[in-house]
Design a protein. Structure first.
Ligand code: FMN
Length: 207
């Protein structure tokens, strides 16, 4: 089967690509409005874009052309926190995507505790095993639906002690939430450890 992607509507393109770019990690973002309301929402169009300095990117779309609270808050304060949930929190992650009015806090509605951040004003989620405090670096628009790619520089990382061993994250302990298409989520299946590429003989790679 072949698809002429130029003929797809924005919704059809979204359905196609969100089933292809899988699994996606989830940035569970806390922001703060100018009035001090703490907002929480999940974003799976999420990746890292630089390791020095450490920078992360998330793509934020629009709802019927209207900017989401997260985008508005990041733009106004230039600060946000990317929290990483573990598998036990998947239902809360999902519930935090429900649309609330700008003056309502998802954190309060879901009864989630926060802790102050060290370098930015929005607080971090107390329950999250990882929280990354970010300062806005840039906002770049893409396409014709109003989507924008927000890049933030990480200014402080909070990690649960049991997750960080010898400079590495213990992924099995983290049990990250993976987003697949629609309201479907997965956890990690089998993890296979192979020989590092630099030490792998070319004969194995070339078959
Ligand atoms: C798991 C999950 C991942 C999501 N990822 C994104 C995303 O990458 N970009 C986006 O614009 N919306 C995404 N959404 C939708 C937003 O979370 C949703 O629009 C939310 O209401 C935005 O909240 P806000 O207006 O408080 O910022 C996602 C929803 C879920 C459930």
């Amino acid at each position: 089967m072949q698809i002429d992607t130029s003929k797809l509507s924005p919704q059809e393109s979204y359905r196609l690509i969100s089933g292809i770019v899988v699994p996606r990690p989830i940035a569970w973002i806390t922001t703060q409005s100018p009035e001090g309301v703490v907002n929480l929402a999940p974003f799976s169009c999420f990746t890292f874009v630089s390791n020095s300095p450490l920078m992360l990117g998330i793509n934020i779309g629009r709802k019927a052309g209207i900017e989401k609270d997260t985008a508005r808050n990041i733009r106004s304060l230039s600060e946000f926190v990317i929290n990483i949930a573990d598998w036990s929190m998947v239902e809360l992650v999902h519930a935090s995507a429900v649309e609330y009015e700008s003056h309502e806090s998802e954190v309060e509605a879901l009864g989630l505790a926060t802790k102050p951040s060290n370098t930015v004003r929005p607080p971090r989620l107390a329950m999250a095993p990882i929280s990354l405090e970010c300062r806005l670096h840039s906002v770049t628009p893409y396409g014709n639906t109003g989507a924008e790619f927000f890049v933030g520089q990480v200014t402080q990382a909070h990690l649960s002690d049991d997750l960080y061993k010898d400079g590495h994250i213990d992924t099995r302990s983290l049990q990250p939430v993976c987003r697949i298409a629609g309201p479907n989520y997965a956890n990690l299946g089998e993890i296979r450890q192979l020989i590092p590429v630099a030490q792998t003989p070319k004969t194995i790679i070339e078959g």
